[in-house]
Design a binder for this molecule. Structure first.
Ligand code: COA
Ligand code: NAD
Length: 703
């Protein structure tokens, strides 16, 4: 037998081995292979069967790629695992790694499950906008109870092997699950007991079904924009009637979900996050530089968070500040952060101590002489950054990587100042750096391929979702945000209120971000935003129209910095934003000053004016080669700015709306609002895609 599934024998026990790297996903070839191997087993005299896997994990799920196939059907696999379960001879699954989705569904159709202690088991389909489609909604409640099934299916969070034993999902834990599974099926076969079939069990907490189903329905009603939740409730409710009824409902609900925008968006993000890790054009034999220690210059908001990120991943960090006092303050904040995590029960005292012990402080750059990677996170001031870069170029050992955390400054200039630009690049962490997933890795003009490769690989070790950006103002994310903030402020000067704008952005009907632009601006700091805008404009590179972001610049001038001063775009009662009449008055004053006529803003106009210029900017970012691919831009927004994953990022959403429609509306605003400053000039790429009817998500650079 060749292919990804083979059958071997240990005495009277047949062993089916699935070998489909990297995660033994259930491709068509694997399903065919399981069927052929099971046919052989059935035709044999073997006493029992063990299903095992080669490589790093038991089956980690269905092959998500196949969900896009027009003729995809879960039915053949479901019938196959039904045959496995119906077998009169015992079948065991030998579990290790990440037993997810279709992997757990295959295991639940077996009669015995033996797991390695480090196994994680789960039904994560909800993260793909789906419900389990191979009877997971039916066998899990019968093994573990409805309440547990609801919890696992609705959160998608995997559980440990030990937890799975307690829940009745796993029968035994063993360091050698395959060996233990062979023993278990042999014993079972000799006991002559009929195999235990999950589909025939009574749901253990059936008496609590009304409450649990009501809870599932309430969860669905609370988030009507997530169709998965309603499907979970329907499938679990059907499970309480009969297995056959449950099978029918699960199949129908799964099929409906597979075609929804939500599920397609989530699948798009799953693959886009992984594709973003791949740097095109790297030599095949490229080697990462070893990163065993990290240096950080500047232990402020960002430096402290970045230090925690590395210490959390077990990597020692040397922290450098200008004075002992600044160092003590920075480290004090880190310690307070860890203490907070311990008190919330998310970290043990011991683990916090271990992490803190990985940090050493110093007040001179010489302490960084042995660091493999040095990240500079000093104030956003070019002359200071250049000075620090020069010093780092002198003290860093040969081969060390030198990174800057700048959010807006020219990474190439900073790289040049190190005297070894091939070793330099940008690492743009987001605040709070130890929490936010996104890391924009900024590729300088001279960054060596192995330096880029090393940092991309390292990003996974430190739990970040990395996206490469070229050098430009604001990189991918903040460059697009600038368009969004520009239009938000422009509409306020035209008479819209901050709360009216935020409401549209926060409403799942339109977008569903946790915070609209004005709440976000007040939280990030009006002062921070205004300083960046002022510097950009004053450098001559930013827009020169006097009305450009006039509101935030005026608020800054008035000392209204947002949440931290109790007043900005909003007024604050503690942390609660309330409408600010002073903002409306200021907006009127500025409108008069800049000859801006008042306008009514429908929700649709607010949405279009915030989002379409961002999509247009993304098209420019692609044309300039700043981002490698459209999916990278979507990942920046879902990982760094709270764009709902179920909307798939701004470009996936643009395709759902239609690029042609976006271009037509950009033209409409150019005609109605005027295009004196070029704000509504459509990017050539967007116009080309609209003309040819192509999706921007499918666009790839010519080379
Ligand atoms: N179908 C198709 N491809 C899959 C896959 C699946 N179910 N699960 C993982 N892959 C691919 C990834 O795309 C990636 O491919 P690449 O190397 O070409 O980019 C590769 O397998 C490794 O995945 P990655 O996520 O980078 O590895 P990891 O070790 O960090 O995580 C998993 C492994 C299994 C935990 C993770 O991939 C995962 O959660 N997969 C999805 C599981 C799932 O949802 N199953 C239910 C499907 S209905
Ligand atoms: P911060 O003001 O909180 O901290 C800067 C720290 O650098 C201070 O503690 C200061 O004492 C120290 N410092 C200054 N000069 C130094 C020197 N010569 N040697 C050693 N330490 C020195 O600033 P921050 O918000 O952490 O920002 C740091 C960098 O990160 C900036 O480039 C900023 O643009 C960028 N950034 C900030 C955010 C954010 O949200 N705060 C997000 C992304 C990127």
């Amino acid at each position: 037998m060749t292919g990804p599934v083979t059958l071997s024998y240990e005495g009277p026990i047949a062993i089916m081995t699935i070998d489909n790297p990297p995660v033994n996903a259930l491709s068509y070839a694997v399903i065919d292979g399981i069927k052929a191997a099971f046919d052989t087993f059935e035709a044999s005299e073997c006493e029992a069967l063990v299903i095992a896997c080669a490589g790093r994990t038991f089956v980690a799920g269905a092959d998500i790629n196949t969900f896009d196939d027009a003729d995809f059907s879960a039915a053949p696999f479901n019938a196959l695992i039904g045959r496995i379960e119906a077998s009169p001879r015992p079948v065991a699954a030998a579990l290790f790694g990440t037993v997810l989705g279709g992997g757990l569904e295959l295991a639940m159709a077996c009669h015995i499950r033996v797991a390695h202690p480090a196994t994680r088991l789960g039904l994560p389909e909800v993260h793909l906008g789906l419900i389990p489609g191979s009877l997971g909604t039916q066998r899990l409640p019968r093994l573990a109870g409805l309440a547990k099934a609801f919890e696992m299916i609705s959160t998608g969070t995997p559980i440990s092997a030990e937890h799975a034993v307690g829940a009745g999902i796993v029968d035994h834990i063993a360091d050698d699950p395959k060996g233990a599974a062979i023993h278990a099926v042999a014993d079972y076969a000799h006991s002559h007991q009929p195999p235990r079939r999950a589909s025939e069990l009574t749901i253990p907490d059936i008496d609590q079904a009304p409450e649990i189903i009501a809870q599932a329905k309430a969860a669905a009603e609370a988030k009507p924009f997530l169709p998965t939740l309603g499907a979970i409730a329907a499938a679990l409710e059907a499970a309480t009637r009969s297995f056959a009824e449950g099978e029918r409902v699960e199949a129908a609900e799964f099929e409906k979900l597979r075609a929804t925008t939500t599920s397609r968006a989530l699948r798009h993000i799953f693959f886009a996050e992984r594709e973003a890790q791949r740097v095109p054009g790297l030599p095949k034999d490229i080697q990462a530089r070893p990163i065993k220690s990290v240096g950080i210059v500047g232990v402020g908001t960002m430096g402290g968070g970045i230090a925690m990120t590395f210490a959390n991943a077990g990597i020692p960090v040397t922290l450098v500040e200008t004075s002992q006092e600044a160092l003590d303050r920075g480290i004090g904040i880190i310690e307070k952060n860890y203490a907070g995590t311990v008190s919330r029960g998310r970290l043990t005292e011991e683990a916090a101590k271990e992490r803190r012990a990985l940090m050493t402080g110093a007040t001179g750059m010489e302490a960084l002489a042995e660091a493999d990677l040095i990240i500079e996170a000093v104030f956003e001031d070019m002359s200071l950054k250049l000075d620090v870069a020069r010093k780092l170029g002198e003290v860093a050992k040969p081969g060390a990587i030198i990174a800057t955390n700048t959010s807006t400054l020219d990474v190439d200039k900073i790289a040049e100042a190190t005297g070894r630009p091939a070793d330099a690049l940008g690492t743009h962490f987001f605040s709070p750096a130890h929490i936010m997933k996104l890391l924009e890795v900024v590729r300088g003009a001279q960054t060596a391929p192995d330096v880029l490769y090393t940092v991309m690989k390292l990003s996974k070790t430190i739990g970040k979702t990395a996206v490469v950006s070229g050098v430009c103002y604001g990189f991918i994310g903040n460059r697009m945000t600038e368009m969004y903030l520009r239009e938000s402020e422009a509409m306020i000067l035209e008479g819209a209120t901050p709360q009216q704008i935020d409401k549209v952005v926060e409403s799942p009907r339109w977008l569903g971000l946790a915070m609209g632009p004005n709440r976000m601006g007040d939280m990030a700091g009006v002062d921070v935003m205004a300083r960046i805008v002022n510097e950009w404009v004053e450098s001559g590179e930013g827009p020169q129209a006097p009305s450009y972001r006039a509101l935030v610049r005026a608020l800054f001038h008035l000392g209204k910095f947002g949440q931290k001063t109790g007043e900005g775009l909003y007024l604050y009662e503690g942390r609660k934003p309330i409408p600010n009449p002073a903002t409306e008055a200021l907006a009127k004053e500025l409108a008069a000053m800049h000859n801006i006529a008042p306008r009514e803003h429908s929700e649709q106009e607010i949405f279009e004016r915030l989002i379409y210029p961002m999509v247009n900017e993304a098209a420019l970012i692609l044309m300039e080669g700043i981002a490698y691919r459209p999916g990278d831009i979507d990942v920046v927004w879902t990982s760094g700015y709270g764009w709902p994953t179920w909307r798939g990022g701004p470009l996936f959403m643009a395709d759902e709306i239609g690029v042609g429609e976006i271009v037509a509306r950009m033209d409409h605003y150019a005609a109605t609002l005027g295009n004196e400053h070029g704000y509504w000039t459509v990017a050539p790429l967007l116009r080309e895609l609209a003309a040819s009817g192509q999706r921007i998500s499918d666009w790839r650079p010519a080379s």
